[in-house]
Design a binder for this molecule. Sequence first.
Ligand SMILES: Cc1cc2nc3c(=O)[nH]c(=O)nc-3n(C[C@H](O)[C@H](O)[C@H](O)COP(=O)(O)OP(=O)(O)OC[C@H]3O[C@@H](n4cnc5c(N)ncnc54)[C@H](O)[C@@H]3O)c2cc1C
Length: 395
Amino acid sequence: MTMLDTGRALRIAIVGAGIGGLTAAAALRKMGGFEVSVYERSIDLGEVGAGLQMGPNAVKVIRALGLEEQFMQLACEPPSRVTLKWDDGTEMSREPFKGRMHATFGAGYQMAHRADVHNLLLSLVPQESIHTGVECVDVQNGKDGAVLRLASGEEIEADVVLGADGIHSVVRTAVFGESKARFTNQICWRLVLPMEEVRKAADKLPASFDGSQYTGWLGPKGHVILYPIRGGESLNIFAGRVSDQWAGEKWAVPSPIDEMLDAYAGWHPGMLYLLSRATETFKWGIHDHDPLDAWVSGRIALLGDAAHPMMPTLAQGAAISIEDGYAIARHLDAHRADPIAALAEYERARLPRAARVQLQARQQFLNNQLTPPPPFLPTDWIYGYDVVTSRLAAD
Ligand SMILES: Cc1cc2nc3c(=O)[nH]c(=O)nc-3n(C[C@H](O)[C@H](O)[C@H](O)COP(=O)(O)OP(=O)(O)OC[C@H]3O[C@@H](n4cnc5c(N)ncnc54)[C@H](O)[C@@H]3O)c2cc1C
């Protein structure tokens, strides 16, 4: 066990059993010798029905956690990346996709279902370490530890508290105050369809669309991104649209399907038909946050969306959260007797990288609105990074 001077194991309390919090819990368990407790507000553990693009930087962590083989059975790497014109479905571009990232960065770019990634991470965390239906309402540094206050009134003492409680983080607000968000006038819907729906609609769809590719249907003031997940059994759809109507930042808010169809009036009838096959859909507004100046205060550290809420333009929010989860475990492992030093080093190592991704996601979002859009900003520095082997200051 990781012993403090007092002779007992370091107690790590993680607020939030999302993708970031569970990666931290799984990685700490892999390093061994920490007493990890996860506190999750939801009664049932799980993830929303949506796809997740897992860049090579995230897949490397999945590999390090020993989950790659199972992950590859649940994920998909589409053969090509295709763009189609919004109204008539003309193919505007096609480039090979599968295997390219692996050749350059040592891991592929995989499409997965969020729930599958969540379940895999969960499989590495003992059930008794996760406390569900437990809402954290406050956190404070104490003299020799940090204290979590729960909605029940109970107080939990820990040597380290990790705030992995997402975009509306209570831990962040308690330690650093409210983070201001700016609505970007972009709203999005997400839905997942059985691939059978695509096959049944083949006569309505352009010949170049069969659901197996990483497809962007691009139009004025909107785009629809479609890709296969679950080994090609399902199709994930992400539909983004400029809108003057304000929409909230929560992304599990059900939306009437007709509202989504109205937003894409005039688009290719086959694409609209696919959208109309949704049995449920969720809508949210894209908000922009400035990077934080600090993620750590004493024995309390933020990770994931709590630390760096970012626009979805680069599909890197979860990937950087997964990196954070692995990184924090490495830093705590390297400074077993001095958690305060571990957290300070974690912040120095991680904040600049995450802030740079946040700012690039913002810039890419702005570039995408220009006509014609400038070339994509470079992403090699994002995908090529390996948090598993990156040098620690302690090395
Ligand atoms: C539609 C959509 C598509 C996306 N697609 C991609 C993609 O393709 N690739 C990618 O890398 N990223 C993507 N992202 C971003 C990604 O989903 C997030 O960055 C990621 O989920 C952040 O993980 P997290 O663990 O920090 O937070 P979350 O997943 O939000 O988890 C936070 C957890 O904390 C719990 N919690 C919250 N408050 C409390 C509290 N007070 N007490 C106890 N528990 C609490 C919550 O219930 C939740 O379980 C997407 C985001 C959206 C909205």
